[in-house]
Ligand binder design. Structure first.
Ligand SMILES: [Zn+2]
Length: 179
């Protein structure tokens, strides 16, 4: 029997209801909090295939692995590529709690990610609308669907609280050294 499959570059990412997106983001935010407790910036990402199955998960491991490439999105991409046995992601969706940085946005374009959904906008380093939009840059040969600002308030609170705690802890450490 011959099964004719729609070529991957013509397949579309699965459509998700608002509630389904919220459910995934809630899971990511609880993972992000755990990642923050390990001393990493609290960021987590997942990749869903065209049937909505999670094929990749990544948490920020930059400090743990001393790896400048250890961003959540890249960790998830590597895992999903291995599971998918393909580097193309036209029919997949990546969800992450913070807008991707230029490195990750570039990797997502290279990987031809079908859709990116992110929580908090990043007006300092975001590269999918926050400071610039690499997906719309003339060098981008692939058009990604981008949905930013899902659970924006909750997402940014987790990151702001983490940086606030870090500042307080480093001040306490400094004071204890001075004593
Ligand atoms: Zn990044």
């Amino acid at each position: 029997m011959i099964i004719h499959q729609r070529p991957k570059h013509l397949s579309k990412p699965i459509s998700l209801s608002h509630q389904e997106k919220i459910n995934w983001m809630r899971r990511l935010l609880s993972k992000a909090i755990l990642i923050g407790k390990r001393g990493e910036v609290p960021i987590a990402a997942i990749i869903l295939d065209k049937k909505g199955r999670c094929i990749g998960y990544g948490g920020n491991v930059r400090e743990t692995l001393k790896d400048p490439l250890g961003h959540a999105e890249l960790v998830a991409l590597r895992q999903a590529a291995w599971i998918n046995n393909d580097w193309r992601f036209n029919d997949c969706t990546l969800i992450v709690n913070l807008e991707p940085c230029p490195m990750c946005a570039g990797a997502l374009i290279q990987a031809r990610m079908g859709r990116v959904i992110y929580g908090s906008k990043d007006t300092k380093r975001g590269a999918l609308g926050g400071t610039m939009n690499l997906a719309e840059h003339k060098s981008a040969h692939h058009k990604m669907l981008i949905e930013g600002g899902l659970m924006e308030e909750e997402s940014s609170k987790i990151i702001l609280d983490w940086f606030k705690d870090k500042r307080v802890n480093s001040r306490v450490n400094l004071l204890s050294k001075l004593r």
